[in-house]
Design a protein around this ligand. Structure first.
Ligand code: DER
Length: 229
């Protein structure tokens, strides 16, 4: 309950940045869920006029249930702001690992299409080096996945495995791709690793979000902190 309160605190602060008439990217995950609820509350109470692009079917359903209007990249090629959670945040660089919720591809498309990308986390997500606690999810096409998994294992990961559903079947993303979770001890050079991963044919994208974060709102026991470069 404590962590939930922290996530909610960061979410509400980020939602305060949203202004009338904005096109907003909606993230995915438990922290983003609090953000979408808070945004829906502003739409309902203040009549806030926004247009949203959600990063998952789950977030789309939540937004629709809250009567948050949905837009698209044809009407809104660029978003004013995108707000999303993260699995790990490296404080100095604002580099992220994302994708535990399986939405990394749409999340990255939305993040890079936004003028401002605001990340909301509780303090447990802060790490000195990426890879400390979480694997890097890599979204790949299903055809020939075993070969891609094998090549991913050669990028220095101590363990790679396809994400599976409870029944053992291969998990499929909203985009009908599969995810290989690559576990690195510590990622010393995230840019070099990102270049290595993306160069493997069959890889669609990965959960290293580098040079895309505008600011991170960190909710902790000592209060809410804002990290910016
Ligand atoms: O999948 C994602 O990238 C999510 O943003 C996620 O990793 C953060 O989820 P959480 O807010 O539930 O920890």
């Amino acid at each position: 309950a404590r962590v939930a309160a922290l996530k909610r605190e960061a979410a509400i602060k980020a939602v305060s940045y949203v202004e009338d008439g904005m096109a907003v990217g909606l993230g995915t995950g438990s922290t983003a869920k609090f953000m979408i609820d808070a945004l829906g509350e502003r739409v309902r109470k203040e009549g806030l006029r926004i247009r949203a692009i959600p990063t998952s079917e789950a977030s789309a359903n939540q937004a629709s249930a809250l009567s948050i209007p949905i837009t698209n990249f044809s009407d809104d090629p660029e978003l004013d702001i995108a707000i999303d959670g993260a699995d790990e945040v490296q404080a100095g660089s604002l580099f992220l690992i994302k994708g535990r919720g399986g939405a990394l591809l749409r999340e990255k498309i939305v993040a890079v299409s936004a003028r401002r990308f605001v990340v909301i986390v509780d303090e447990s997500k802060l790490v000195d080096d990426l890879g400390t606690h979480m694997p890097v999810p890599v979204e790949i096409i299903p055809w020939g996945w075993e070969r891609v998994e094998n090549l991913l294992c050669k990028t220095g990961a101590r363990h790679c495995q396809p994400r599976r559903n409870d029944d053992g079947s291969l998990y499929q993303t909203d985009n009908h791709n599969i995810i290989i979770d690559c576990d690195y001890e510590r990622i010393e050079d995230p840019r070099a690793l990102a270049d290595q991963i993306i160069s493997i044919t069959g890889v669609v994208d990965h959960g290293l979000f580098l040079d895309v974060t505008t600011e991170v709102l960190v909710a902790g026991t000592g209060g809410l902190r804002r990290l910016a470069l």
